[in-house]
Design a protein around this ligand. Structure first.
Ligand SMILES: Cc1ncc(COP(=O)(O)O)c(C=O)c1O
Length: 364
């Protein structure tokens, strides 16, 4: 019999049914966690080994743990969905596994094989399936796999020991306003990523570096930050945690290309496929902030939306910078955004037939 990748140790003090139900009623985003987690170690001698499914617990870390000092860490974000028929579904998890491996390569971290990644997700979701929110409320189980340099040492070099960990958190809407159109702040003081940097990798440093811009956006009564390119401060890149798409009057979907400075979003990629199916002309092309403003003011641009696993698809209502504000269309969720969102959600939740082979069912 083949050896299992993850040995299981079941939590003998899981949350009570009542405690879990109270959390699932109003889960927030990323604040409550399930009863278990998965861990795995890497060393040069043994490669990836010691896979465990175990009770959720705090880590005990040496203060010299390299990740705490030099941020040699990569992570992912994906969701498990409950269908109306009570099946548990994953959406394109292999794509997250492949992106984690790419991010790892950029951060000089040994890649976790795709098969281990998917197995870890399936093991955790299977044991904690009661934590996947019901389909009706729009909630899901957010999965957070990450790898960090766990060797204790302070030399600036790739570590010689890594820990993979997977945790899960039941979540509702990412934005407090739910599906309310977003107010975006355009950052002209800060950039997120430069050519040759780590913008295309999902690594914590990108997010830490975005927080001052995000603080400015909140101070200006906005929900999220739009980052412009680092060289000319001219071209639209992406938001702090989402990609961005624009819809024109003549039925084009424009989105910045995957150029090495933005994250290759799985939601973005899926939306581009769905948009083409809906008869839109998809253009992955640089789009300047000035053009955006001009097209919105002339009425050529009818809709814009942000897209990502956490936020799904949310329309952009207004855009603000230090000099003023402009509105997209009527400032509401337009019909194209609504259609694309609905199709994506229907696929993720098994309402629409999976003609693309994007959905993975987990047997419980
Ligand atoms: C910076 C950034 N861009 C885009 C995305 C969207 O990627 P995905 O659709 O794969 O979640 C995310 C979320 O993971 C992100 O953090």
């Amino acid at each position: 019999m083949p050896q299992k990748t993850f040995t299981a140790s079941i939590n003998d003090k899981p949350a009570t049914d009542a405690a879990r139900a109270a959390i699932l009623k109003n889960p927030g985003f990323g604040v409550a966690f399930t009863d278990h987690m998965v861990t795995m170690k890497w060393t040069p001698e043994a490669g990836w080994h010691a896979g465990r499914l175990e009770p959720y617990r705090p880590f005990q870390l040496d203060p010299a743990t390299a990740a705490l000092h030099y941020a040699q860490i990569v992570f992912e974000g994906l969701k498990a969905y409950r269908s109306k028929e009570n099946e548990i579904l994953l959406f394109r998890p292999e794509n997250n596994a492949e992106r984690l491996a790419k991010s790892a390569q950029r951060l000089a971290i040994p890649a976790l094989p795709v098969q281990f990644f998917v197995e870890a997700i399936e093991e955790l979701v299977r044991v904690d399936h009661l934590w996947v929110p019901a389909s009706e409320g729009g909630g899901s189980l957010y999965l957070r796999p990450f790898i960090f340099a766990s060797e204790a040492m302070l030399t600036v070099r790739p570590a010689r020991e890594y820990t993979f960990c997977l945790i899960a958190s039941p979540v509702g809407d990412y934005f407090a306003g739910g599906q309310k159109p977003l107010k975006l702040w355009v950052s002209t003081d800060y950039v997120r990523a430069a050519r040759g940097g780590t913008g295309a990798a999902k690594c914590p440093g990108n997010y830490a570096g975005s927080l001052m811009a995000q603080k400015q956006s909140v101070d200006n009564d906005c929900d999220q930050t739009v980052f412009l390119d680092a060289v000319e401060q001219k071209w639209i890149e992406e938001l702090g945690g989402m990609n961005i798409c624009f819809i024109t009057k003549d039925k084009k979907l424009i989105t910045p290309p995957i150029s090495g400075t933005i994250l290759d979003g799985i939601t973005r990629k899926s939306i581009l496929t769905l948009a083409a199916e809906e008869g839109l002309e998809v253009e992955e092309t640089p789009y300047s902030y000035q053009q955006w403003k001009h097209d919105a003011e002339s009425g050529y641009l009818t809709e814009a939306f942000a897209c990502g696993t956490a936020a799904v698809v949310v329309s952009i209502g207004t855009v603000r910078d230090a000099h003023g504000t402009f509105t997209i269309g009527e400032g509401l969720t337009g019909p194209v955004t609504a259609t694309l969102r609905q199709r994506l959600v229907n696929l993720q939740r098994g309402v629409e037939a999976d003609s693309h082979g994007w959905v993975r069912r987990i047997s419980i």
